[in-house]
Design a protein. Structure first.
Length: 72
């Protein structure tokens, strides 16, 4: 999902909800990783998603995968 193409810019939570709808998952089941606290983390959390700032909260995709698997 590209926010600019939908004219719904981050941190608007609608873009995150739209992405979840496209994937067929509830926001509570989604994790968003981005590099901006405001646009990525705050926006995703307002939509109901778990959100991490990369690389501050998680240093690598390997670490993100390990955290996801640990939560199962």
């Amino acid at each position: 999902v590209i926010s600019g193409e939908l004219e719904i810019e981050k941190p608007d939570p609608r873009i995150f909800r739209f992405a979840c709808d496209q994937l067929g998952v509830a926001p509570e089941q989604a994790i968003h990783m981005g590099d901006s606290v405001r646009s990525d983390v705050e926006g995703a959390r307002r939509a109901g998603c778990l959100a991490w700032r990369f690389p501050h909260d998680v240093p690598s995709f390997t670490e993100a995968a390990a955290r996801i698997l640990a939560q199962r």
